[in-house]
Design a protein around this ligand. Structure first.
Ligand code: DAK
Length: 261
């Protein structure tokens, strides 16, 4: 692959969008490579993913404006569909995905970070939806996911004014969970991913599904979704082991890693 690098370390996989000379902007090739990379993740061993950008300046500076500027209507639709499919694949990916936002996250860059489960960022990160300044609306889910994450009032202010915000403001409005010095970001992402990967994998996957699916329906339906996914855990060896370990009074016993079962 030319623009996407994938590295697996233990139970954590890291996807790096690596098109530094264009600040990791998303062209169709990057989207296609991301799609293929996600399809190739070995879900029997990987329990958490990190998504980041190459370099210290930019996570993803948006969709590729050069490529978009010459698209026909049909090509624009195909580009939009490709982006939306990949973003949705990330959002519904069976295991959690952490966005380690290491600089600019503008337009499609902000949107791809919002398709991830958790966002942490470096102190030089800048978030924004500048699309209205380009004569378009956010097209990779920005109007929907930003409003759900930070509330409609703040999302409308950011989107209508096309104003970028810095890391400290992103933290204040709840767009990111934590801010780190640039040089500490990846270690923090790996530590967080490791803390997720050590827990019972099917339970973690079911939590992701319960939260995502539950947020799309009313509370009565959401509770039923939760009940079903809770019940499913009782068919796993990890549930039996996790509870038996707790109930075992032998304090000398060392907890074994959870299996994928
Ligand atoms: N696309 C293409 N190239 C980009 C780019 C982008 N989004 N952002 C930066 N680059 C390139 C620059 O053109 C420059 O290339 P060279 O001139 O060196 O060849 C190189 O990266 C370095 O950028 P700058 O020289 O501009 O660097 P600065 O530090 O001065 O400025 C910046 C950094 C991030 C503030 C600036 O580059 C900038 O404003 N970039 C554009 C940010 C932006 O507006 N992003 C939003 C793009 S719109 C759709 C769905 C979704 C979308 C579209 C359609 N459908 C459903 C169809 C999404 C739209 C967007 O994301």
């Amino acid at each position: 692959m030319e623009f996407v690098v994938y590295e697996a370390k233990g139970a954590v996989g890291t996807i790096t969008i690596s098109r530094e000379k264009a600040l990791n902007a998303l062209n169709s090739q990057v989207l296609e490579e991301l799609d293929q990379t996600l399809d190739a993740v070995d879900l029997s061993t990987i329990r958490c993913l990190i998504l980041t950008g190459a370099g210290e300046k930019s996570f993803v500076a948006g969709a590729d404006i050069g490529e978009m500027s010459t698209l026909t209507k049909a090509e624009g639709e195909a580009f939009g569909k490709k982006g939306n499919d990949v973003f949705r694949k990330l959002e519904t990916f069976p295991i959690p995905v952490i966005a380690a936002v290491n600089g600019f996250a503008l337009g499609g860059g902000c949107e791809i970070s919002m398709s991830c489960d958790i966002r942490i960022c470096s102190d030089n990160a800048v978030f924004g939806q500048p699309e209205v300044g380009l004569g378009i609306t956010p097209g990779f889910g920005g109007t929907q996911r930003l409003a759900r994450l930070v509330g409609p009032g703040m999302a409308k202010q950011m989107i209508y004014s096309a104003r970028n915000i810095k890391a400290d403001e992103a933290l204040r409005i709840g767009l990111v969970n934590a801010v780190y010095p640039q040089e500490e970001l990846m270690a923090a992402a790996e530590k967080l991913a490791g803390s997720i990967a050590k827990n019972a994998p099917i339970a973690v996957r079911n939590c992701k599904k319960a939260i995502n699916d539950g947020l799309e329906v009313d509370m009565d339906q959401a509770i039923v979704i939760e009940e079903k996914l809770f019940g499913d855990c009782f068919e796993t060896e990890d549930q039996k082991y996790g509870m038996a370990f707790f109930l075992d009074k032998n304090k000398e016993k060392v907890k074994e890693p959870f299996k994928n079962c």
